[in-house]
Design a protein around this ligand. Structure first.
Ligand code: XMP
Length: 504
C-alpha cells in the first residue's frame, strides 16, 4: 500500500478503527541536518536548532513541550504540576480530594515561581538540620534549597543554602543556627525593591539571592537570581508561564454543579480548567461548561473526554478552548470491556481533529500512549498535545510511595474509575453516578508500574523521541508535522518488525 496524505489515508480506511501500533509516520528528506551530526564535513552553515515542538494547548495558550500529566490521583498533584510546567508542559491537578486540598495544590503551583517571593519558606534558628531536611522531604512544593531563618517576630536572623546543608550532613542534630549565614554577613535590600534594582544589586554583590527587609528587619520578600533573570530575560528555560511570570496552573473539576465551588475556591490560582468526565458528550457537561464560562470568563476551558467526530463538532461549536479525545483507551481503563463502546484512539483523534480544526480548536489526545514513538504518530494524526497517565506514573513526582516487591521498585497506578479509588473517595463515585451510595460498575483497574526516577528524565526522552521523529519526517515544526506528515498502516508483522527481534 502506498503511503498517503492524512485525509486520504483515513478516508480510505472507511469504518476501520486504528490505534497506536497500527499506524506509522512516513519518513521524508531531512534538510538541514540535525545539530548533533557532523555537519561541518559537508556544510558551511551550522544546522537549524532542534525541531520546534511547541503547540497550542488551548486557543490562547501555547506549550513549548506538548505534554500534559493526567488528572489522576497517582499522577498529578502539586509536585508533578510544578515539574511539568517547568519542563514546558502542564499538569492537571485531579479533583478526587477536598476543595480546600485542591485549592492548596493549585496555590503551591501558582506561587512556586515569583518575581519576588512574598512569603519565603523560613525556619526558626533552634530547629535541627534533621528536622528541616525531613520537612523539606515531606512538602511537595519545596523543590529548592534556599531558606530564611527568622525569629518569632519574623525578623531575619540568617540564611540557609544548599551548600550549608551539604556540609552539615556529618551532624544532623546540630541547630541550623550553627550552619546558617548569620545576619551580619547577609546582603539584604529594602522592602519594595523592584526586579531591575534587585538584579543590579545582586550583580554588584555577586549574590544569587536577595532577602528584602522592612525598617524593623522583618522579612518582606526574597528574590532568587534565576527568577529575576527569567523576568528580565523573557523565560529562557521555556517554562510554561502565565502573563505575570508564574507557572501555568490547571485543575480538573467534576462535570456537575459541584464544579463551581472548586472554581470559586481556586480561581485566583488557576489559568485552565478541565471538565473531567469519561462521557463528555452529555447535557451535564454542556451545562457545567456554560456555568464555568459565565462565572469565570477569564479561564481557558478544556472539554471532557469524547471520541466521535459528532461530539467534537458539538464542543467546537460551543466555543470550548480545547477538546480532549480518548474514551477507554487508557492503560488502566476497562470502559470498553464493560460497555462495548470505543473508537480506537488514532482514528478518534483524526476524526475529532478534522472537525475541530474548522473552528480552530486544539485537540488533546488522552490515554493509550505507551512508547515515545506514539507521540509522533498521534500528533501527525491531528493531536496538538498529548495527555499521559501511565508514562508519568511511577516517577518521583507522582503522588504515592514507591515500594520494593520481588526485587523490583514499583509505584501504584490506578484508574479513577477503579474499585480502589471508589472505595477511598466519594468524589470518584460521583464521577460516574449521581448517588454516592450506589456504587457504579468500575471502568478502571489498579496496578503497579515500575519506579521511573525523575519526571525530567522521562519527559526529556519523550521530547528527544518526538524531535527525532519530526526529523525523520523532514519537518521543522510540530505544526508542519501535523499538517503534512504522511501515514501508513502496518500489519501485526510490521509491529513485530518494529520491535527488537530474533535475539537470544
Ligand atoms: P494512560 O494510557 O496514559 O491513560 O494511562 C490515562 C487516561 O486514562 C483515563 N482514565 C480512565 N479511563 N477508566 C477509564 O476508562 C478509568 O478508571 C480511568 N482513569 C483514567 C483518563 O482519561 C487518563 O488521562
Amino acid at each position: 500500500m502506498m503511503s498517503q496524505e492524512k485525509h486520504e489515508f483515513f478516508e480510505s480506511m472507511g469504518h476501520l478503527g486504528l490505534t497506536y501500533g497500527d499506524v506509522r509516520t512516513v519518513p521524508g528528506p531531512m534538510d538541514p541536518p540535525a545539530p548533533d551530526m557532523p555537519w561541518q564535513e559537508f556544510f558551511e552553515q551550522p544546522p537549524l536548532p532542534a525541531p520546534d515542538i511547541s503547540s497550542h494547548l488551548t486557543k490562547d495558550i501555547v506549550l513549548s513541550v506538548p505534554l500534559i500529566s493526567a488528572a489522576m490521583d497517582r499522577v498529578t498533584e502539586a509536585k508533578m504540576a510544578i515539574a511539568m510546567a517547568k519542563l514546558g508542559g502542564l499538569g492537571v491537578i485531579h479533583y478526587v480530594m477536598g476543595v480546600e486540598e485542591q485549592k492548596e495544590a493549585a496555590r503551591k503551583v501558582k506561587v512556586n515561581l515569583n518575581g519576588v517571593i512574598e512569603e519565603p519558606v523560613s525556619f526558626r534558628p533552634d530547629r535541627t538540620v534533621r528536622s528541616v531536611l525531613e520537612e523539606k522531604a515531606r512538602r511537595d512544593d519545596v523543590d529548592y534549597w534556599t531558606f530564611l531563618v527568622t525569629d518569632d517576630e519574623n525578623r531575619l536572623t540568617g540564611l540557609l543554602t544548599e551548600r550549608d546543608f551539604r556540609f552539615a550532613k556529618c551532624d544532623l542534630d546540630q541547630l541550623i543556627s550553627n550552619i546558617m549565614t548569620p545576619l551580619e554577613d547577609i546582603t539584604s535590600a529594602p522592602a519594595g525593591t523592584v526586579p531591575e534594582d534587585a538584579y543590579a544589586f545582586m550583580a554588584r554583590h555577586k549574590k544569587t539571592m536577595l532577602p528584602l527587609v522592612d525598617r524593623d528587619g522583618r522579612v518582606a520578600g526574597l528574590y532568587i537570581l534565576s527568577d529575576v533573570e527569567r523576568l528580565l530575560e523573557g523565560n529562557p528555560e521555556n517554562y510554561s508561564l502565565d502573563k505575570a511570570g508564574s507557572l501555568l496552573t490547571a485543575i480538573a473539576v467534576p462535570s456537575s454543579r459541584r464544579a463551581i465551588e472548586r472554581i470559586e475556591a481556586c480561581r485566583k490560582y488557576i489559568d485552565i480548567v478541565v471538565i473531567d468526565s469519561a462521557h463528555g458528550d452529555s447535557s451535564y457537561a454542556f451545562k457545567t461548561y456554560e456555568m464555568i464560562r459565565e462565572i469565570a470568563p477569564e479561564l481557558q476551558i478544556i472539554s471532557p473526554n469524547i471520541s466521535s467526530h459528532v461530539s467534537a463538532r458539538m464542543w467546537a461549536q460551543r466555543g470550548v478552548d480545547a477538546i480532549k479525545v480518548g474514551q477507554g483507551g487508557g492503560s488502566i481503563c476497562t470502559t470498553r470491556v464493560e460497555t462495548g463502546i470505543g473508537i480506537p484512539q488514532i482514528t478518534a483523534v483524526y476524526q475529532c481533529a478534522a472537525q475541530a480544526e474548522k473552528y480552530d480548536v486544539p485537540i488533546i489526545a488522552d490515554g493509550g500512549v505507551s512508547k515515545n514513538g506514539d507521540l509522533a504518530v498521534v500528533t501527525a494524526a491531528g493531536a496538538h498535545t498529548v495527555m499521559l497517565g501511565n508514562m508519568l506514573a511511577g516517577t518521583e513526582e507522582a503522588p504515592g510511595k514507591d515500594e520494593w516487591v520481588d526485587g523490583r521498585r514499583i509505584k501504584e497506578y490506578r484508574g479513577m474509575g477503579s474499585d480502589a479509588v471508589f472505595s477511598e473517595r466519594e468524589e470518584a463515585v460521583l464521577r460516574y453516578s449521581s448517588d454516592p451510595s450506589k456504587k457504579p460498575i468500575p471502568e478502571g483497574v489498579s496496578g503497579y508500574v515500575p519506579y521511573k526516577g525523575s519526571v525530567a528524565r522521562v519527559v526529556s526522552d519523550m521530547v528527544k523521541g518526538l524531535q527525532q521523529g519530526l526529523r525523520y519526517c523532514g519537518k521543522r515544526t510540530l505544526v508542519e508535522h501535523r499538517a503534512s506528515t504522511q501515514l501508513i498502516m502496518g500489519t501485526g508483522n510490521a509491529l513485530n518488525e518494529a520491535r527488537p527481534h530474533d535475539l537470544l
